[in-house]
Design a binder for this molecule. Structure first.
Ligand SMILES: Nc1ncnc2c1ncn2[C@@H]1O[C@H](COP(=O)(O)OP(=O)(O)OP(=O)(O)O)[C@@H](O)[C@H]1O
Ligand SMILES: N[C@@H](CCC(=O)N[C@@H](CS)C(=O)NCC(=O)O)C(=O)O
Length: 759
């Protein structure tokens, strides 16, 4: 078993090509083999190509779904094939989890060379399926209700209706945005095209009637050709059909711009807001869940906008037109039958769909569970083997599958009931209509053409109505997803600029903690009335046992959190009075756990200052003593570091973090155990370099360290213990001579190195 670049490859399966997934394709086509009868819109395709144009992260692909039915069709088809390969050799995909509508779909990846039964499919480890609970609304106020099994809050019907209307109202601002004439013109044009398409559509039965009536003469006796009898009407019939479809398609094209703009705007607003939220918010959320909430919410917007404009509104328009025409042409009886039928059909569909939605939710939850179990087991393949727990894992997977099986059976049987009920209602209406029309023909009030026309007019309604239940269900789900998304935007930002905040004015860089009290939880203080000064331009070390609050000092200084008592001053300015931007620009951090992007080494160093030149990047990596190591990598600076830097060693990660900091070149520097993963030789060399840089520029620097050997040359050492400063700060010599806590820590480092390390 070998782990490489986020892909688990089983050792005993040589036919599975080992090696990394170096890059994921960002555009291409996935071809889905379909049975002709199951293709969307019934087109006789045996292969259904789906273009994708978003980056493929591991095994999630976002497709533009063409029909709300597509997910169901996709679930049936396996394997899918992708072109170009998603990564080296990976062209077959096995659907694992299917999203809805405009879907994000997750796969098992399979090498072209290895069949599904031959070996364990290659797995990308980066994108663990988020737990279902990840879809909870994030707003604390809105989560006041007990979440249900699926992690969704249970609101009362009234509250839900109010929330739904709120969202529809909010969305209408995207359809008719103030001061944006372009969008308004597009929406107006789409509506015009929609009405045009429907008018043409209802013309078709009229032409049909005229053609039938004109055929209903004795041609043998009267003579004449097709052209003289009905030529122009036949042409008009064809043109009306083509025109209706053309209008519909142009409308789709015109409206796509409006929907996509709205999606982009909302997604960007939410993303921007998420980046502003506090560390605390992010530490308590599953990142996968957040990105899924954005993903589903934005798909919800697309579905809501398009289904309103393309489905709901057109159906009502068409029903009203048909009722109007029937009343006008054949009298109120026909219209009454149609109106009553539509009402019964709609009520039956909505009620039945609402009832059966719970089965689909159960099936989805079981499906998610199954996928999570499968992915988790396969990602942790080594752990399964270490403890011989294959049977246990299969048992867990089977349990989830059993849940899915029983829920899916309920979905299928309730669908049969829904379809049957809809058909009974619709066919009864058509039969009644036929009876009335035949009566009319026998009475001589109607022609045979009229009979056909009435039938055709009503029959045409059956096409959009056949999906009413699905559209209703998707619409409700979209509203819930959007609620989650919009609630994210409402989460309050705890740490923000004061209205009159000024930029930080640095005059040397003295940092002072004055009677600072802070705790992450109200009942556990981490810092208790702490006071100390970090002098400008000097090297200060903070030492103390693990968990005493050393890193917390940095988080407070960086204003990830605000203090609960006392104040923090930089050059005499309370950090709460200065702008966050200027404060954070002035502080550079090498954190304990270096956050790296899943990108190249170069990108990660460059991140320190986006506008730095390639030479500057090279220069800082030399100073951070990482250049020589990078040069030994086959792909040099273009080496991918993997998710959170998993593909490079801890020491390399730390040196990357140092070079990134050197590129940022801030006046205040904070090193939190920055060299803990290095061997003594590299550590000494790197610390030497850092010291010379600090001396060159007279930077204020703070080193948090466990290994006292790395900081004994500091200008000042602060010893923390139990949330307080344990003894007056001083230099190494002063503290050793005073014989306090530091001197015993120092003694421990040499006489009981392990005990000290474990403290
Ligand atoms: N976000 C958080 N929420 C709740 N408690 C936290 C949070 N972050 C840290 N803590 C707790 O606060 C205490 C101080 O944490 P801190 O990271 O400042 O310790 P430290 O002195 O830097 O430890 P170490 O030397 O092990 O890195 C620890 O007990 C830790 O568990
Ligand atoms: N006539 C029904 C069903 C229409 C239908 O077949 N819908 C497709 C999706 S577009 C489907 O897969 N339905 C599965 C289901 O509802 O369980 C309705 O109005 O909802």
């Amino acid at each position: 078993m070998r782990l490489s670049s986020g892909v688990i490859v089983p050792k005993q399966e040589p036919q599975v090509e080992p090696g990394p997934l170096p890059e994921y394709s960002s555009t291409g086509t996935v071809t889905l083999p379909l049975h002709p009868s199951s293709s969307p819109s019934g087109s006789p395709l045996s292969e259904y190509p789906i273009p994708y144009s978003r980056p493929i992260s591991a095994y999630a692909i976002n497709f533009r779904m063409l029909s709300p039915c597509l997910p169901r069709l996709l679930a049936r088809a396996a394997p899918w094939r992708s072109s170009p390969p998603l990564s080296r050799g990976v062209t077959r995909l096995y659907p694992l989890r299917l999203g809805r509508g405009f879907a994000s779909t997750q796969f098992l990846l399979q090498n072209e060379s290895s069949g599904p039964k031959k070996g364990l499919p290659m797995f990308a480890r980066s994108e663990k399926l988020p737990a279902p609970a990840a879809n909870k609304p994030m707003h604390s106020e809105s989560v006041s209700k007990t979440p249900n099994l699926l992690g969704e809050p249970t609101l009362t019907t009234q509250e839900q209706r109010r929330a739904d209307w709120g969202i529809i109202k909010e969305m209408s601002t995207y359809l008719w945005p103030k001061g944006n004439l372009g969008v308004k013109v597009r929406v107006g044009l789409s509506l015009g095209l929609l009405v045009g398409a429907k008018i043409l559509n209802v013309q078709v039965p009229f032409y049909f009637k005229t053609i039938i009536d004109s055929m209903n003469v004795d041609f043998l006796a009267l003579g004449g050709t097709v052209w003289t009898a009905a030529g122009s009407i036949i042409v008009a019939y064809g043109l009306a059909r083509i025109g209706s479809t053309a209008f519909q398609e142009i409308r789709n094209a015109v409206f796509a711009n409006v929907a996509q703009k709205a999606i982009r705007k909302v997604a960007c607003n939410v993303f921007d807001h998420l980046l502003r939220l506090d560390l605390n918010f992010h530490l308590t959320r599953q990142t996968g869940g957040l990105s899924r909430a954005i993903d589903r919410g934005t798909k919800g917007i697309s579905f809501l906008l398009t289904s309103m404009v393309f489905h709901i509104f057109p159906i009502f328009l068409e029903i009203s037109m048909v009722c109007g025409i029937l009343t006008y042409k054949f009298g109120p009886n026909f219209a009454a039958v149609t109106a009553a039928t539509m009402l019964a059909y709609t009520v039956f569909t909505i009620k039945t769909t609402a009832w059966r939605t719970k089965f689909r939710k159960q099936a989805n939850a079981a499906d998610n569970k199954g996928a999570t179990v499968a992915v988790d087991s396969l990602i942790n393949y080594e752990a399964v083997k270490y403890f011989n727990n294959e049977k246990y894992e299969v048992g867990r997977y089977d349990k989830a599958l059993k849940g899915y099986e029983s829920a899916s059976i309920k979905v299928a049987t309730s669908l049969a009931f829904l379809n049957l009920g809809q058909n009974v209602i619709f066919s009864s209406a058509l039969t009644a209509m036929m009876y009335l029309a035949c009566h009319g023909v026998i009475d001589g009030n109607l022609t045979v053409g009229d009979l056909v026309m009435a039938n055709q007019l009503v029959f045409q309604l059956s096409v959009p109505l056949n999906f009413l239940g699905s559209v209703y269900r998707e619409l409700r789900q979209s509203l819930l997803d959007m609620e989650t998304l919009f609630n994210l935007q409402k989460v309050n930002i705890a740490v923000k600029d004061k209205p009159d905040a000024k930029p930080l004015e640095l005059k040397g860089g003295e940092i002072r903690f004055e009677n600072v009290t802070f705790g992450y939880h109200p009942d556990r203080a981490i810092l208790k009335n702490v006071t100390f000064t970090i002098p400008a331009g000097k090297k200060t070390a903070i030492v103390g046992p693990s968990g005493c609050g050393k890193s917390t000092i940095l988080r407070l200084l960086f204003r990830f959190y605000d203090v609960q008592g006392g104040r923090i001053l930089i050059d005499g300015q309370d950090i709460r009075d200065v702008t966050l931007e200027s404060l954070r620009r002035s502080i550079g951090v090498v954190p304990q756990d270096t956050p790296l992007f899943n990108n190249t080494i170069e990108h990660n160093i460059h991140y320190g200052r986006i506008d730095a030149t390639a030479e500057q990047v090279l220069h800082v990596s030399k100073r951070a003593r990482i250049h020589d190591t990078i040069s030994t990598f086959p792909e040099g600076y273009q080496t991918m570091v993997g998710e959170r830097g998993m593909m490079i060693s801890g020491g390399e990660k730390q040196r990357l973090a140092v070079s990134r900091l050197l590129l940022k070149d801030p006046p205040l520097l904070f090193f939190d155990e920055a060299t803990s993963a290095l061997d003594t030789h590299t550590e000494q060399a790197l610390l030497g370099n850092i010291s010379s840089i600090l001396k060159e520029k007279e930077r204020t620097s703070v080193f948090v360290a466990h290994r006292l050997r790395t900081i004994f040359d500091s200008d000042q050492i602060i010893v923390l213990r139990d949330g307080s400063v344990a003894e007056p700060p001083g230099t190494h010599e002063q503290l050793i001579n005073s014989g306090g806590v530091y001197s015993s820590l120092w003694a421990g480092e040499f006489f009981f190195p392990f005990q000290n390390a474990l403290s």
